[in-house]
Ligand binder design. Sequence first.
Ligand code: KG4
Ligand code: ZN
Length: 333
Amino acid sequence: MPVNILAIESSCDETAAAVISDKRILSNVIATQQVHQKYGGVVPELASRQHIQHIVPVVEESLAKSGVAMTDLNAVAFTAGPGLIGSLMVGCSFAKAMAVSLEVPVISVHHMQAHIHAHFLSGVKPAFPFLCLTVSGGHTQIVLVKDYLEMEVIGETLDDAAGEAFDKTAKLLKLPYPGGPLIDRYAQQGKPKFSFPEPDIPGLDFSFSGLKTSILYFLRENTAKNPHFGEENMNDICASVQQRIVSILLNKLELAAERFQISEVAIAGGVSANSALRSELKQRGDRNGWRVFIPPLEYCTDNAAMIASVAYHRYLAKKFDSLDVAPAARMEW
Ligand code: KG4
Ligand code: ZN
């Protein structure tokens, strides 16, 4: 009999549910919240309320598409953190209630570990140990992935995440949230003709707050001379900022690969959808003799299929949770 697990993701502004049967994803449903666009970022209280509205239809659709009857589920999994606490509580409470009523175990999943599991859902899988640059709206990490559930963060951001650097730049350019995909799109029409500094951070850690400040001053100075500077140079500004963010990320990834003597190199998380990061990683891979792993776009940004994959491996390892399990905004690995 296959192991069937329903997984729920609600850590930020996506309500998602997926069903996995052994290693096969049978359904992957996502409801994205549009309400935050006009606020320039996710408003936590609005996010929690939207999760409450979306969770029942999303879970119902996921089960229906999978063809698995609720009574054939072996476990119910949910994202326990890191994330917005109110949002996490919706997924956690729902998963626990469902697990109790079905008399099956509940499994908690670490959201960042799950992003890395995007690599185990389809296509050629990286061999252990591999390095994964995990870049999302809230995190920027280089992770040494030793096994499905054994991972070590070897470098991380000291301030803003890469996704935040994209989103905050977009806000300065008066673009709606989330700005990352829009910057990517404008950058494809532009040239990186403006220069922004690369921070001088030792080791494998990152920093993006200096970049944000330099973009702010750059726009302020130029807008004082020409009030339409932002709109007139949108494509080139986006190309320049994107090129700098990508080079900050990949320079550190290169350093990590050299230090750890690893040539299996992956990216994951929302920012791994960025077209420049994807193509530049391939180029660096060719140059360095790496095998490069880039997830399909549907598994880069938040989804429940990746939660289901971690849950499946936790199920095999009998890592179940008690009903006291609580979500946490910050979470150790
Ligand atoms: O992993 P994710 O969906 O959610 C979190 O766990 O945070 O990542 C969302 C982040 C946002 O900051 C968004 O702007 C960024 O990923 N993002 C992108 C692109 N697509 C999503 N950033 C740059 N280029 C993209 N194409
Ligand atoms: Zn995420």
